[in-house]
Design a binder for this molecule. Sequence first.
Ligand code: IPE
Ligand code: IPE
Ligand code: MG
Length: 255
Amino acid sequence: MSEFKHVAIIMDGNGRWARERLRPRIWGHVRGSTVVSDIVQTASDSGIKALTLYAFSTENWSRPKDEVSSLFKLLRKFLIKEKNRIIANNIKFKVIGEIENLPKETIALIREVESITDSSTGLNLTFAFSYGGRTEIVQAFNAFAKENPGKVMTEKSLSQYFYRPEIGDVDLMIRTGGEKRISNFLLWQMAYAELYFTDTKWPDFSPEEFQKILSEVSRRERRFGNVSVQSDLAESIEVAETNKNKKMKENTSDV
Ligand code: IPE
Ligand code: IPE
Ligand code: MG
């Protein structure tokens, strides 16, 4: 069972994956979308409580129109295809982001799956779609100020105004596709996340690699600003050994 409560993934590399195969970028997105359900299943089976997938950023609106609309279509197709599996697996589904500019039928489908799975108690599955970390923080700030005029804001009270407060901090963020940046993803929630970057492009990402990353990163020591428990232990053993040797020497010289 994985020790990570919340895993977030930047699913990157679809376009380059397709280009390498002399295909249009959209083909990469189509292939990439077929990987998602296996990764969701792996997360659910590994005992992870929350999985957040970055599917479309606020910055991605600047891409060519046909690419943007094909990404909307893929989201809708995914939900139509996976709806029953999501329900059957007790998964609680939500989209975070500013989705009001998406096609109406896509918004309706998102709301439908969100409401059907609202009482599910399994994996919290979140799609970050038309999502930007800075926008999320600013809208939380404005909502807090509106509802609590004159009140002092704390980290805890502000975070209640995020899109999905219950998912909490990210423990592990994985980015596929080789880039080493966070591209405006969950800025607040990733304050203490472990980061893992793989060169594998999203359409080639597999449950096996996902499991491998989970077990590799679980060997890292998370210190949260504290001192290392391991090196502290090693240090006390060393001090104890030195003291013991000293004592032994003293005892022998007494004889
Ligand atoms: C990630 O793949 C999917 C989205 C951003 C929607 P890209 O489309 O960014 O693929 P690359 O990075 O160009 O290869
Ligand atoms: C980040 O990927 C967004 C998603 C994967 C949805 P991009 O490909 O848009 O990020 P940049 O532009 O390389 O930073
Ligand atoms: Mg990219």
